[in-house]
Design a protein. Structure first.
Length: 521
């Protein structure tokens, strides 16, 4: 389960609860992420890191105490800075000079960003000090072309937003300047957490019509489904209409970042749980209802675009290393691989296939499962048998008692192993059932000896014991993740334990859910 506070755990199952949804949509030219950017600033405080201005993180790790008015309170809300800058983690940029009694800077603080190539966006977004809700009231934004000619400029006066969107037709720029002139609190340093070269839209209950998440995994890894997040927003301003010359439509691109969250009121404040970081995949404008619906997926889908083959046997090569190589080919860095796969060797002989399909072969050969965590981490994990449960769903939380469906029994499992791509043999593992289905695993060329084949066959037989599939419609808990072991009540006073294998979360101002779990009869 995603880690939450005890207040969240109590509030999510309270008889009366208030759930809030939030979607942060980064409408940025995706080519910016892979471009080189040079950042220069007028001044920089010792506890500052200008390189973090473009890291897509909009909140600092700590509220660091400094010798500024009311920024050294001994109330537990501030932290002392570490002498090693890296230990302060995310600090964003902080100016070395302070504004005066009128909140003005005697020397305007300039942040200048120079790119390696030209880009276009519907504007830029500046995130100031989100920790203390401080911001620049007066500042300028300018865009320059490849010859340093000014192509767009605007002055913001009297700003009151910590996250400020500056709309405009920023077309073919190579340099962006943000010039801070005045702060909202006197005798303060200027602080900027992030500058996004596009519009970062935050949708909440005022303009978020609905949110739907489908997250699924497979007990046998016979397929590796990718989570899908779909959200519908108010489009009464026609920002997403294709014919609107000042709208967002022409700036929408696949792989733009979508961050979804669901939170619960924990006593005057909302504690949010991330549903994941997603990549925009499809979008449409719903003309009749003045809404727009956008669909996003995860890095798993990107792996379909990359292929791999290897026709020369490798030696001393593990499934772990092969999984690392697949992620490297796809440019994916956010992953987790069970160390158990380090001890399983393979000759790595595979014919041409997508990296996603090969990742599936690796997982099966390593008796592991694949799923995506809430921080968008593609995870290969050897899931242990249920020994303890992380949560209990009571009958009070369910709309109806869970539906139970028993899968067929399995009599035997046949697993083919390959000493090379053309030479193979079969290992059979038998269950205690005299009758039932026989399962065949025939084409996984990463399984290369009888011992490994027998381990895979036994693993599949063990998975077949989880014959009871429970489906329940209930109030929902967004902190549940794939392969969480949960317990849920029934009318016979015997709690049932099962793995979560599918979650559907639906938010329309309130939260409802459908959970599918697999357990042993």
């Amino acid at each position: 389960m995603y880690n939450t506070t005890q207040k969240f755990k109590d509030a999510i199952y309270a008889p009366t609860r208030t759930v809030k949804g939030r979607v942060t949509f980064d409408i940025t030219d995706t080519s910016v992420l892979s471009d080189t950017v040079t950042t220069t600033v007028t001044s920089e405080f010792a506890v500052s890191n200008k390189s973090q201005l473009t890291d897509k993180v909009r909140a600092n790790s700590f509220n660091i105490a400094t010798l500024e008015n009311d920024r050294f309170k001994l109330d537990g809300s501030f932290n002392f800075a570490d002498d090693t800058l890296a230990n302060n983690k995310i600090t964003g940029w902080c100016s070395n000079v302070l504004c005066d009694s009128a909140s003005a800077f005697s020397t305007s603080q300039t942040l200048s960003f120079v790119f390696g190539s030209l880009h276009s966006s519907a504007g830029i977004t500046v995130t100031f000090d989100t920790t203390n809700s401080e911001y620049a009231t007066d500042f300028d934004v300018s865009a320059f072309d490849g010859s340093n000619n000014l192509i767009y400029s605007t002055s913001i006066i009297g700003n009151t937003d910590v996250l400020k969107q500056i709309y405009g037709q920023f077309l073919n720029y190579k340099r962006i300047d943000v010039v801070i002139k005045k702060w909202n609190v006197p005798y303060r340093r200027a602080r900027v957490s992030e500058v996004d070269f596009g519009i970062v839209k935050v949708y909440t209950d005022d303009n978020l019509i609905s949110l739907n998440l489908v997250d699924e995994t497979d007990l046998f890894t016979t397929n590796i489904p990718s989570p899908e997040l779909k959200f519908t927003v108010d489009n009464s301003d026609r920002a997403f209409n294709i014919l609107n010359p000042s709208g967002f439509y022409k700036f929408l691109q696949q792989r733009q970042t979508v961050v979804a969250e669901l939170g619960v009121d924990v006593g005057g404040s909302i504690e949010y749980v991330p549903l994941g970081n997603y990549l925009l995949w499809e979008w449409r404008s719903d003309e009749g209802s003045l809404t727009a619906t956008l669909t996003s997926r995860t890095n798993l889908d990107l792996m379909n675009s990359y292929s791999y083959s290897n026709l020369v046997a490798k030696s001393s090569y593990s499934l772990y290393q092969m999984a690392v190589d697949m992620f490297t080919i796809c440019g994916i860095t956010n992953y987790s691989i069970d160390i158990a796969l380090q001890s399983i060797l393979t000759n790595a002989l595979v014919e041409q296939a997508s990296c996603r399909d090969i990742l599936q072969m690796i997982a099966i050969a390593g008796c592991a499962n694949i799923f995506v965590t809430r921080d968008n981490k593609i995870t290969l994990k050897v899931v242990p048998s249920i020994t303890a449960t992380a949560d209990t769903i009571t009958l009070n939380e369910m709309y109806n008692e869970a539906q139970v469906e028993l899968q067929k029994t399995t009599r035997a499992v046949n697993v083919t192993y390959f000493t090379n791509l053309t030479t193979s043999a079969v290992v059979t593992a038998n269950s205690s059932y005299a009758t039932g289905d026989t399962l065949n695993l025939e084409n996984n060329t990463l399984i290369n000896n009888s011992t490994q084949a027998n381990n895979v066959a036994s693993w599949i037989l063990n998975r077949c014991n989880y014959r009871a599939e429970y489906t329940m419609n209930w109030r929902g808990n967004p902190s549940h993740e794939m392969f969480d072991a949960i317990s849920f009540q029934n009318s016979y006073s015997q709690d049932m334990n099962a793995y979560v294998t599918r979650t559907e979360l639906n938010y329309e101002g309130y939260l409802s859910a459908k959970t599918v779990a697999r357990g042993i009869v």
